[in-house]
Design a protein around this ligand. Sequence first.
Ligand code: NAP
Length: 303
Amino acid sequence: MIYQRVALIGLGLIASSMAHAMRRAGVAGEIVGTARSAETRSVAAELGFCDRVVETATEAVAGADLVVLATPVGAMGAIAAEIGPHLAPGATVTDVGSVKRAVLDAVLPHIPEGVDFVGSHPMAGTEHSGPRSGFAELFDNRWCLMVSAPEADPKAVARLTRFWNALGSNVEQMDVDHHDLVCAVVSHAPHLIAYTMVGVADDLSRVTDSEVIKFSAAGFRDFTRIAASDPTMWRDVFLTNKDATLEILGRFTEELFALQRAIRLGDGQHLHDYFTRTRAIRRGIIDAGQDTDKPDFGRSGGT
Ligand code: NAP
């Protein structure tokens, strides 16, 4: 056992998956959960992945030696203000937000003396949300990026690292601003591009109607999966990782214009060189064990 009592604030995909994975690993003496709505609390109680479901965040953190903020990023500051005075001495507070600078700035001022804050970002997820969507294997062989406040006790960081390892993750420490830039490249900008592509197709579908859906296996389907992700979570990601996302989107637009120009000028060499480079990146991801090399991600019958 790594923690005697873990409090989960928010009971969606990530928190429910953590609860399942904690049970699998036997790392928590007791799991106490809470969520904003009575409906989510009652679904969580019915599913039974927490030992106790309570009504308020204040009740949830009482006596907890690990507190996990697992709500959209924009809600974390207010929650930290609410629970701050009720945190147990010696406790560790972490979050699972997809953005780290904004979370540190919003949460740290509410963390009292004798409590450590260490941010976590499990690089694992699906397009599903809510307490029914969690599963124990979500973090297996995935990275968890950890961002510590400078004053955090190294023992608290080491203990939380052991915890994420037990849940199946590999852990890497990262500087806070570097984290936000890396995530803008690998996650945030790609999501915005997927949202845009699906939006464009939706506009076109007024003309082509069901063809967009009928022929979607030809690449578009994968954009639709990403673009089905939770609107609140992703709104908060873009509002709180503004600078890094805008930086990457600026570069993206430049490259897009260069490719557009190559197409217009018939510059096949440029296109071929570019696509050769991107193919090698895909190979690197597969070699690193972060995706399958099966055609169409192992879907049967896809094209
Ligand atoms: P989710 O399934 O949508 O669940 C969010 C939870 O937060 C729900 O229990 C919700 O309660 C609660 N909540 C929402 N707004 C709140 C508010 N204003 N105050 C208090 N509680 C609130 O979300 P998730 O996918 O687990 O994501 C949680 C966090 O993990 C986010 O910060 C996200 O950036 C991060 N993350 C997500 C992924 C992913 O792929 N999904 C991956 C890595 C990290 P109700 O149900 O009662 O509304």
